[in-house]
Design a protein. Structure first.
Length: 305
């Protein structure tokens, strides 16, 4: 198993720590969808810049993607580490040194973080070179990676970091294991978007600003933030789905309620979807809409009469 140490903006970290954010977007000012340093569920550690040069916290890696800046704000809001879209835009522009108002940026989705107090900050890796500009991955089974893992696990356990150096306590918390990260709202939207290849499940539409991640069983009704409880829909279809005017059958076909015609004397475009198979579904069968959640929507939301 691996972990990653990423060079971290101090303002970003302090903003999120003050709010005890439970997920975040570790953004990069330029796009690039090729972050493969670690796998989902592995640990991403935050390292402050020189001269402080310390490990200040960490979180579990969920997914890396790219988004236009305005959509990254819509998805993550203050979990981007800033208080407003304008502040976000200014921050990105100052780093990019251009006037692009809505650039595509890299978005690394992290969840279930731990934040260290200033007096608890951990030493940076001893092999860290000043030439590293973004970050570095480590194998947790030996050497510096094993020390980082033990220090991080010690910190997450909430014990005193000043009394006993973890380097003297090998494997105190067991061998590293892949963690199943608990998704927040932002992470849910990203994994559903990517699972459906950024296309509407029903129509195949690719225009990202009008596409949304819908919960099949709403989060407010105990529906989880999981891809099997999600479906990527055009915004009008999302609205109709949430309000019960359309549903998805167990064999992944569209059902349209006659209430659209009865209540609005219209709906020809939507009735044309009746009985149509979903155009896009996740590649993994485990990620496709769960029968349990589909039946919940059919029973509790769909307007049959």
């Amino acid at each position: 198993m691996k972990l990653y140490v990423g060079i971290t903006d101090g303002d970003w970290f302090r903003f999120l720590r003050a709010r005890n954010a439970d997920e975040m977007n570790f953004w990069r000012p330029h796009g690039g969808n090729n972050f493969g340093a670690i796998n989902p569920g592995e640990l991403f550690l935050f390292k402050s810049r020189y001269p402080e040069n310390r490990i200040v916290g960490g979180a579990y890696f969920v997914r890396h993607t790219t988004l236009p800046l305005d959509l990254a704000w819509e998805v993550f809001r203050e979990a981007n580490g800033v208080e407003s879209l304008d502040a976000f835009r200014r921050k990105i522009s100052s780093i990019r040194c251009d006037d692009e108002r809505n650039p595509t940026i890299g978005c690394t989705v992290l969840t279930q973080p731990f934040y260290l107090r200033n007096e608890e900050f951990l030493p940076a890796p001893t092999d860290w070179g000043r030439s590293i500009v973004t970050g570095k991955s480590y194998d947790t089974s030996f050497g510096e990676g094993a020390k980082l893992w033990e220090n991080a696990r010690f910190a997450m356990a909430g014990e005193s970091l000043r009394d006993q150096p973890m380097s003297e306590q090998p494997n105190r918390y067991g061998n590293p294991q892949l963690f199943a990260p608990r998704l927040g709202q932002g992470g849910f939207r990203v994994v559903v978007m990517e699972g459906y290849q950024r296309r509407c499940a029903v129509t195949g539409e690719k225009t990202l600003p009008v596409l949304e991640a819908a919960h099949i069983r709403p989060y407010a009704d105990d529906g989880p933030h999981s891809i099997s409880n999600g479906i990527f829909l055009r915004s009008d279809l999302h609205t109709l789905f949430d309000r019960g005017y359309i549903t998805i059958t167990n064999d992944l076909h569209v059902a349209v309620s006659r209430r659209i015609r009865d209540e609005f004397s219209n709906g020809r475009e939507y009735y044309a979807l009746e009985g149509k198979a979903l155009q896009v579904t996740p590649q993994s069968a485990a990620d496709r809409p769960s029968k349990e959640f589909l039946e919940w929507h059919q029973t509790n939301c769909f307007r049959l009469q």
